[in-house]
Design a protein around this ligand. Sequence first.
Ligand code: PMP
Length: 399
Amino acid sequence: SSWWRSVEPAAKDPILGVTEAFLADPTPTKVNVGVGAYRDDNGKPVVLECVREAERRIAGNKNMEYLPMGGSLKMIEETVKLAYGEDSDLIKDKRIAAVQALSGTGACRLFADFQKRFCPDSQVYIPVPTWSNHHNIWRDAHVPQRTYHYYHPESRGLDFSALMDDIKNAPNGSLFLLHACAHNPTGVDPTEEQWREISYQFKVKGHLAFFDMAYQGFASGDTERDAKSIRIFLEDGHLIGCAQSYAKNMGLYGQRVGCLSVVCEDEKQAIAVKSQLQQLARPMYSNPPVHGALIVSTILDDPDLKKLWLKEVKGMADRIIGMRTALRENLEKLGSPLSWEHITKQIGMFCFSGMTPEQVDRLTSEFHIYLTRNGRISMAGITTGNVGYLANAIHEVTK
Ligand code: PMP
């Protein structure tokens, strides 16, 4: 009876807590730019047309049997092509160990557990700042964390020289977590040239890159372009790891469908690694869920549906990019003397606005606008209907 007496309530998740507060607010003009989920220009969640069509094709047609331990082979095959390229030699040579994962989070966690099991003395280098759950994931996998410089608050851009110094100063053979594109929460990505320098330095130091790619296609609107960082590392012959998610780019948030892949030296090693990844999953959830994987494989296996998907991803990215321009223009029209160039320079789901926690608190208490206290604005929550209201509120609290 005294078993749970010492249990205190857990700290609220900084991101999910924002949504709770938003839902509890009865004000009709309230705005949620907290959570990173895509909304259409009416602020409504979106189910992609390609997903609806895939569901129609699936409906009533499939049994409910377990997937293999590593998940849907078809889904994995198509997913790996997206990250590594249609014509990747690594795929031809069967050098990629890949398993279906519980979306991007599950892919990161499975990798962290794998890292702990097979490199028990290793650490992970995490950018400052990062998606807050990265810290939780590697903490619960008992992997010690180090951080590396990433964001430069003054320029609201990349602190490239400090980043390079941290890469150089880390012990040889360190493991780094990199955001493949659309860095969360900053919206700041290295340029192609900078990625080349990073990859080169990783080579010199013998570091391992683990790419978290939660936004492929969502940044530029082009899945190939958003995979550029990974492709540069592959050109340089790195053995990378990669977490992929269909939450954002297919709008499959609640379906929890993703993929973890690890590049190996040869096919034999890939078979071994894959079997160990499955072994890690077995006592946790045995095998991954079937429905989301079926949606994904149905879309990617059909050239017409895939084309429709790529068009719809671009549509989402373009709407967000359009809202960046609109927010910046509105702020400038209001006569804000501050520079808002970073709104349009940053990319992906988020804008790291540079607002202080106190300014964010005022946005919430005076204007019923909800976002995390680090000043991160989810661009996907902005619409033609609320961008003026939001710009005005930002102007009021920053002047
Ligand atoms: N990595 C990053 C950087 C993210 O922003 C997210 C989503 N917020 C994820 C991983 C994982 O999301 P999911 O588990 O829903 O795929």
